[in-house]
Design a protein around this ligand. Structure first.
Ligand code: FES
Length: 160
């Protein structure tokens, strides 16, 4: 069973963190008091703008680290319109990849928490290691392209 440890911080001076360095205050922004139009939540156009201007340019939560504790553990999750694999590596780092086979774009996993030593595409059997590199391409000699199109799965920025 996982234990969630809470970090307690003495709050005698809320302007300072425990190390004593003052926290910089963000500038106060007047957001107004007008009612937010409901289209902000229902408009496809506004959603597209948010995706383009905000969500593709900022860190987003993919999962908690304790959801993928062991090498080979991974989560397949949707972030916006993208399906993403977040994978615990053999060295315990975490990498993220687009859930897209480099051959014909088939998805490699279904949404959820899983464990795998490698990712094998269900379409033509291309296999990728948990670090995203190619492992095997069955019948490579039958592909006119000859070689895989790149070094492996398309990686996304990922940090903890
Ligand atoms: S689409 Fe994945 S192996 Fe062909």
């Amino acid at each position: 069973m996982d234990i969630i440890r809470k970090q307690t911080v003495k709050r005698s001076d809320p302007e300072k963190h425990p190390g004593g360095t003052p926290l910089a205050k963000s500038p106060r922004i007047d957001l107004g008091t007008e009612v937010i139009p409901k289209e902000r939540y229902t408009s496809e156009e506004f959603m597209e703008l948010e995706w383009e201007k905000i969500w593709t340019k900022t860190w987003l939560l993919g999962c908690r680290e304790d959801q993928i504790p062991e090498p080979g553990d991974f989560i397949c999750t949707n972030i916006g319109r993208e399906s993403v694999l977040i994978v615990r590596q053999k060295n315990y780092e975490i990498k993220a990849f687009h859930n897209v086979c480099m051959h014909r774009g088939n998805r490699l996993a279904d949404e959820g928490l899983w464990h795998a030593e490698s990712f094998v595409c269900g379409y033509h059997g291309w296999e990728y290691d948990s670090d995203g590199t190619f492992v095997d391409i069955p019948d490579l000699n039958t592909f006119q392209q000859g070689k895989p199109p790149c070094g492996g799965l398309a990686e996304l920025p990922c940090d903890t």
